[in-house]
Design a protein around this ligand. Structure first.
Ligand code: G3P
Ligand code: MG
Length: 233
């Protein structure tokens, strides 16, 4: 089962920062999940639309300039990295799931992906772009069929994973609250990987392992690895 470090090892270091990504690599996570907004012509790795929870500043991320964003500190500690800085930092050492939180221009995203492949030791198969906005995913897939996409959902749709197959997604990413055996079986029947977010509790990890999901997003990859190590293969 793939262990995705959710926003990096965000239980141990400020989420979506280079420190959290280093901790995820130290923990031996198979992949790192991170969130991306496009602001002022740049792609920043950040989860929230508003700044209050994560920084000492109020207001919308979108209303700042790139220079102002570079001055901010997450939890007073770590700067907000760009997507390119993040790819250079991880340098092909694990999978990366780029979750689009804002409407990132496809050309800019693809240019960052190319940068990761040409300058940061990534292969195409190591990069996965996901979003709750399936229109954005469709546009990116049309412009770059080679890039793997993952369709996010926080529901169990009537036609199960059909939406993801229609998008030509590689994977379907489902909220742990809505996972069912039928949904997992349907995803697999359609040739999709089934990944589940966000999972830190041993009980959930055990249940998902028994359900045969392909990966989980966890804030605490060290702990999750330990729980999985104690389960039958
Ligand atoms: O990509 C999985 C998960 O990160 C989606 O929800 O809000 O944590 O970005 P969120
Ligand atoms: Mg996310």
């Amino acid at each position: 089962m793939i262990i995705w470090a959710h926003r990096g090892a965000s239980f141990e270091a400020p989420e979506n920062t280079l420190a959290a990504f280093s901790r995820a690599l130290d923990a031996g996570a198979d992949g790192i999940e991170l969130d991306v907004f496009a602001v002022d012509g740049e792609r920043f790795v950040f989860h929230d639309r508003y700044l209050e929870r994560l920084t000492a500043t109020a207001g919308r991320l979108q209303d700042l300039t790139a220079d102002q964003i570079r001055q901010l500190k997450v939890f007073g500690q770590q700067t907000i990295p760009t997507l390119r800085e993040t790819l250079a930092h991880i340098a092909g050492r694990c999978l990366v799931n780029i979750e689009l939180k804002g409407d990132v221009p496809a050309a800019d995203l693809l240019s960052d992906v190319q940068y990761g492949i040409e300058h940061c030791q990534f292969s195409w198969s190591q990069l996965l772009v996901s979003s709750f906005n399936h229109h954005w995913l469709k546009r990116i897939k049309q412009q770059c069929p080679q890039l793997s996409i993952g369709a996010l959902t926080t529901c169990c749709p009537l036609d199960y994973c059909e939406f993801a197959e229609r998008l030509q997604a590689t994977s379907v990413h489902i909220d742990v609250g809505f996972i069912t055996p039928e949904l997992v079986a349907d995803g697999h029947q359609r040739g999709l990987k089934v990944y589940v977010f966000t999972v830190d509790e041993a009980h959930d990890i055990e249940e998902l392992h028994a359900l045969g999901v392909d990966g989980i997003f966890t804030n605490h990859p060290n702990h999750t690895k330990n729980v999985l190590a104690g389960l039958p293969t």
